[in-house]
Design a protein around this ligand. Structure first.
Ligand code: IVH
Length: 677
């Protein structure tokens, strides 16, 4: 039966609008509508496509969520080779490149583009008649792996080009992960007991090369495009500068920090500017790329091996250094995990003194064959914790010692066991002081008890004011004031924030309890199926496994946590302290719209008071914070905003909302849950 033409029309309309808003949000960073409005259009389209599967097209925004897993990647032959770049590490090498190139051009000076070199994964996107049909990794430059469906999940990659498209084009760019996204992924992996990614580049590359695109879809990958491979059926602009503008006009995301310059001294200035200014970018770069601007020169100059003569990468100074691995220390995690770390002879890495580095776990140490006393390569990338890359085995003297995990907990002397399925060793003593400290720190952070940082958690334990997280709710201001260096302002703040934390959502509480394998997302999932703590604590492993997304490992961990007498008592004491233990009705039916959303406000709003705005956010399940932290998702900017908050928001990549945008978002969310305004 033919589909009602009104439905066909509506589907086309929704797709066009969604593509427009997707471009505004992900490519131009200038959203026009709220996330909620976008989601509601997407829901409508999904529903229509579910009813009329024949209307689904490959460029439909519903196809971004990831298709079914593949068994292996197919091979792709690139239309034009994907080149790499020669490197310069200092001014002399950059100048030498310029002079060499100028000589090849019979002494002619030439203009250049200066671009940031994004540290991610090179990809090639193939479009036929404007439709995205294939995505590939670089591979060896001639052949790569076909990752079409994985790249389809990257929201800043257009599924259909804007404007008049060529009949065929390969668009080249770098897929990357922001530092914020990378840290969130690792935090979640740590909470769920998975091994961590060493840096955003590995995390991005790993995410693109996953056989299951639905997992890729959960990683907020992004792209900057910088060039094209083969093209058919269109004349391209004649300069790199115009080519980038051409790509932008066709819906691609290009880096906004590209400059055009006429002299090599300008390229040096560009390099220095970004060497100093790169930290707040929020994503990793590994240098500047200087390219001859005139594309006709590219043919004249040609390629040597895989490296074009018309471009050079001027790399930032190494963030690696060599030092001695003096010892391997052990930190106890909140689930009792024994986390080894490197104690290093202090060394300056890219201008920062490094004394310690993470070692992940025993297997990691064994894989790298690290021995105490080794000379090792240490790497620091962005805000990421320093890593030990490898030992310099040729510098061994024979006095180095292999590392073995202690058989007893170095803090409490409790038994250490190693789960054969995991890389982790754990102290099984639930009263281990180090474990309680970590549990307290995690609880304070997840429950947003601002002011109660690691230092105060340690002091509270030291002063025996608390022995577990439930004790926090009995702490008084007077007791806090008895602690060294605690002032009246901070004590008041901490006590107030502890009280306010009683009202956090049930998923938040579940995450805060530090149940092995229960990160923020799993907690949401659990609370949406077992909307009260009573229901959850009495759920059996089988009950838990009925929830889509909860596997046997998580089910076992959750059920055994709540079977444990000490944990049941802890939950009971939290209940007596009036900590919220129920998901709201709306949350149980799929979540309050602002659950997991953190807002901060700055400046005055014309249409409502700050206190009213905060109340409204909380009523929708959101959280309000008095300062912008890494976790803050939205900064609402009113009249005469505080410079500090805006600067912090910029640093962390927090989305800034105008009053109008915030109010629209609020009203839509209130309407969605039927709340009076
Ligand atoms: S142009 C020579 N421009 O750096 C033609 N590459 O070794 C290809 N990269 O993995 C490179 N940002 O993906 C170019 N603005 C930029 C870049 C860039 C990052 C990557 C590229 C490749 C590597 C080149």
């Amino acid at each position: 039966m033919a589909v009602d033409p009104r439905v066909v029309k509506r589907v086309a309309e929704l797709r066009k609008d969604l593509a427009y808003h997707n471009h505004q949000y992900y490519v131009l960073d200038a959203p026009v509508i709220s996330d909620e409005a976008y989601d509601s259009m997407l829901r409508e389209l999904r529903a229509l496509e579910a009813r009329h599967p024949e209307l689904v097209t490959p460029d439909s925004p519903t196809q971004r969520t990831g298709s079914s897993p593949a068994a292996a990647f197919a091979e792709v032959v690139h239309g034009a080779p994907m080149l790499s770049l020669a490197n310069a590490f200092n001014h002399d090498e950059l100048r030498a490149w310029y002079e060499r190139t100028r000589k090849l051009l019979q002494g002619r000076d030439f203009a250049m583009t200066c671009e940031l070199k994004i540290d991610g994964l090179a990809v090639s996107l193939l479009y036929r008649d404007g439709l995205y049909v294939q995505g590939a990794t670089r591979g060896d430059g001639l052949r790569g792996e076909e990752v079409t469906n994985n790249l389809r999940t990257v929201r800043s990659i257009p599924l259909r080009m804007l404007g008049k498209p060529p009949s065929l084009i390969e668009v080249r760019g770098e897929v990357y992960l922001s530092l914020k996204a990378f840290q969130q992924i690792n935090e979640q992996r740590a909470a769920e007991g998975h091994p961590l990614f060493a840096n955003p580049r590995n995390c991005a590359a790993g995410s693109v090369r996953l056989l299951d695109p639905s997992v890729t879809a959960s990683r907020p990958l992004d792209i900057f495009v910088y060039g094209v491979g083969s093209v058919e059926g269109a004349a391209l602009p004649s300069t790199q500068w115009e080519l980038l503008a051409w790509l932008r006009e066709r819906g691609f995301r290009t880096n906004p920090h590209t400059r055009l310059c006429n002299a090599i001294t300008d390229a040096k200035d560009y390099y220095h500017k970004w060497l100093e200014a790169r930290e707040p970018l929020g994503y990793e770069t590994d240098g500047a790329v200087i390219k001859a601007n005139d594309l006709s020169l590219w043919d004249d100059l040609g390629v040597v091996g895989r490296e074009p003569r018309w471009a050079i990468a001027y790399k930032w100074p190494a963030r690696q250094a060599v030092t001695r691995l003096l010892d391997i220390g052990i930190n106890i995690g909140r689930t009792g995990s024994l986390n080894p770390y490197a104690i290093l002879e202090p060394v300056s890495v890219g201008g920062v003194t490094v004394k310690q580095a993470t070692l992940h776990n025993e297997d990691d140490i064994r894989r790298k064959d690290l021995r105490i006393g080794d000379w090792v390569v240490v790497e620091r990338a962005g805000e990421v914790i320093p890593q030990v890359v490898a030992p310099l085995t040729e510098r061994r003297t024979g006095s180095e010692r292999a590392f073995t995990m202690p058989a007893l907990c170095p803090v409490c002397g409790g038994t250490v066991v190693r789960d054969p399925d995991e890389a982790m060793s754990r102290c099984i003593n639930v009263s281990c002081r180090a474990r309680i400290f970590q549990a307290l720190k995690h609880f304070a952070s997840v429950m947003d008890i601002e002011g109660l940082g690691a230092q105060w958690c340690a002091q509270l334990l030291e002063a025996r004011l608390v022995a577990d997280v439930a004790d926090l709710y009995g702490v008084t201001k007077e007791q806090l004031l008895g602690m060294e260096r605690m002032g009246d302002v901070l004590a008041t703040k901490i006590v107030n924030n502890i009280a306010a934390s009683k009202d956090r959502s049930m998923p938040r509480l579940l995450f805060a309890l530090g149940i092995f394998h229960v990160g923020a997302e799993i907690a949401e999932l659990l609370a949406s199926h077992f909307p009260t703590m009573v229901k959850l604590t009495s759920a059996s492993e089988e009950d838990l496994m009925q929830v889509p997304g909860i596997g046997p490992e998580i089910a076992r961990s959750v059920a055994s946590f709540f079977r444990d007498e000490a944990n049941r008592k802890l939950v009971e004491r939290l209940r007596q302290a009036s900590v919220r233990m129920e998901a709201d009705e709306a949350a149980a039916q799929g979540g309050l719209p602002f659950i997991g959303k953190d807002f901060c406000f700055t400046g005055a709003m014309a249409s409502l008071l700050r206190s009213q705005a905060e109340e409204a956010v909380k009523a929708l399940g959101g959280t309000t914070l008095s300062s912008v932290t890494r976790k803050t998702q939205f900064l609402v900017v009113g009249a005469e905003p505080g410079e500090n908050k805006v600067a912090q928001a910029r640093k962390f990549g927090t989305r800034q909302l105008t009053e109008d945008e915030f109010v629209t978002m609020l009203r839509e969310a209130q309407r969605a849950v039927g709340q009076p305004r």
